[in-house]
Ligand binder design. Structure first.
Ligand code: NDP
Length: 449
């Protein structure tokens, strides 16, 4: 029998040949294959059913033209996508990303990760992802609305509350979900739970905006508990300043931790005294209403602003990457650990490069990969779908309690499948194997689909 390494290389060379140029997709698949191959060897039913070969192939990929008009009447053309990756345990579920870097490979990596993440939540959701290379930055509300309407005119043919239920992601927040939902309703003449992340007055769930950031912090607490530690008094570095970062900071403050950084694609702020509730209220207004840059925080509060850099060289006990993929590299990982960082909980999807992950695991710190640590967002999306189906909203306390229970369960699953002989929990292996089993068994039960 070929060695595991040879098997991985062979498998990956086929994936790369079939999906050329999609480097982020290759990266996500390789990480999963490395975690799974040994497990699959030990469980031949998965090998015979060729689950790994099938699971990397999307069930369906939709690509479409999105024409729209600027306020000046100039025609613009963007590209829209929806990757329907796997529906073995429920309707496709996963966010929409509007960002100029969006391409097929990035969305396929996100859809692939989503399959495992959604399985880990224990809720009945398949995996998907979509979006466009449209950049909402600098656009007026009317331009964003016209883009969203054009995007949904095509997407509406492919989604539905029992088929595919998109949500937000980078560049898609409450405003965009509103325009997308309005257009879907107009075209289909249906008021259904076809999107999650809706406003509370028209079918949204309490705690959905908070869920990803809160969930990443709940997950960090669970990881720390395994070493009889907690977040109280811990200095925390957070990247990003969007939806996930904002609510990660809110929950860190709630737990008595001291978040000291926030960033955007231009640079980061370092607030030595800690970001307080009052300062965070300013960030909410700055980012969600005025749509300004994080540098303005430094100007307002007289703290350091470091242009063009990420915050990983700031001394901390715990780090929360909450911006984007591959934002934390090997060198950053080494610096974090040299500075005493003991836990990394990923709010973003695949923010650490494979080399950085290797450093975290070799040094046996508490490392929670995105597909486990940021699953709180899609979990509350799943709870939003349940409330929409029942046409009955739950209270804030009820949703938050369910979110906490789900994050604790995800942690236990990672522990169950990722605990090594010396007691170290490899959360990467735990999340990949724990997420895989349910999907693989469902695929086998449903025949050759
Ligand atoms: P937002 O659009 O609200 O915020 C994104 C933040 O990340 C902004 O501060 C943005 O800065 C920064 N950012 C984006 N792209 C880059 C880049 N290429 N380099 C540096 N900074 C960048 O998105 P979210 O907070 O919703 O998403 C953040 C991450 O969390 C993503 O990886 C997303 O996939 C993941 N995630 C989100 C979930 C959700 O529920 N929203 C659920 C699970 C995961 P700037 O404004 O300058 O672009």
């Amino acid at each position: 029998m070929a060695s595991l390494e040879m098997q991985i290389n062979d498998f990956m060379s086929k994936v790369i040949a079939k999906n050329p140029g999609e480097s982020e997709f290759h990266q996500a698949v390789k990480e999963v294959a490395e975690s799974l191959l040994e497990f699959i060897e030990a469980n031949p039913k998965y090998k015979h059913a060729k689950i790994l070969e099938r699971i990397v192939e999307p069930e369906r990929v939709i690509m479409f033209r999105v024409p729209w008009l600027t306020d000046d009447g100039e025609i613009q053309v963007n590209r829209g996508y929806r990757i329907e990756m796997n529906s073995s345990i429920g309707p496709y579920k996963g966010g929409l990303r509007f960002h100029p870097t969006v391409n097929l490979g990035i969305l396929k990596f996100l859809a692939f990760e989503q399959v495992f993440k959604n399985s880990l939540t224990t809720l009945p959701m398949g995996g998907g992802k979509g979006g466009s290379d449209f950049d909402p930055k600098g656009k007026t509300d009317n331009e964003v609305m016209r883009f969203c309407q054009s995007f949904m005119t095509e997407l509406s043919r492919h989604i539905g509350p029992d088929t595919d239920v998109p949500a937000g992601d980078i560049g898609v927040g409450g405003r965009e979900i509103g325009y997308l939902f309005g257009q879907y309703k107009r075209i289909r003449n249906e008021f259904t739970g076809v999107l999650t992340g809706k406003a509370i007055e028209w079918g949204g769930s309490l705690i959905r905006p908070e869920a990803t950031g809160y969930g990443a912090v709940y997950f960090a607490q669970e990881m720390l508990k395994t070493r009889n530690l907690d977040l109280k008094g811990k200095t925390c570095v957070v990247s990003g300043s969007g939806n996930v970062a904002q609510y990660a900071v809110e929950k860190l403050i709630h737990f008595g931790a001291k978040p000291v950084t926030l960033s955007d694609s231009s640079g980061y702020i370092y607030d030595k005294d800690g970001i307080t509730t009052e300062k965070l209220a300013y960030v909410f207004e700055l980012k969600n209403i005025r749509r300004g840059r994080i540098k303005e925080y430094a100007d307002k509060y007289g703290v350091e602003y470091i242009e063009g850099k990420t915050p990983w060289n700031v001394k901390c006990d715990a780090a929360f990457p909450c911006a984007t993929q591959n934002e934390l590299n090997e060198e950053d990982a080494k610096v974090l650990i040299a500075n005493g960082c003991i836990a990394v909980s990923e709010g973003a999807n695949m923010p650490s490069t494979p080399e950085a992950v290797e450093v975290f695991i070799a040094k046996k710190i508490l490392y929670g990969p995105g597909k486990a640590a940021n699953a709180g967002g899609v979990s509350v999306s799943g709870l939003e779908m349940t409330q929409n189906s029942m046409r009955l909203p739950w209270s804030r306390e009820e949703v938050d309690a369910r979110l906490q229970e789900i994050m604790v369960n995800i942690h236990s699953t990672c522990e169950k499948y990722g605990k090594e002989k010396d007691g170290f929990i490899n959360y990467v292996n735990g999340a990949n194997i724990g997420g895989f089993i349910k999907i693989a068994d469902a695929m086998i039960a449903q025949g050759l689909v």
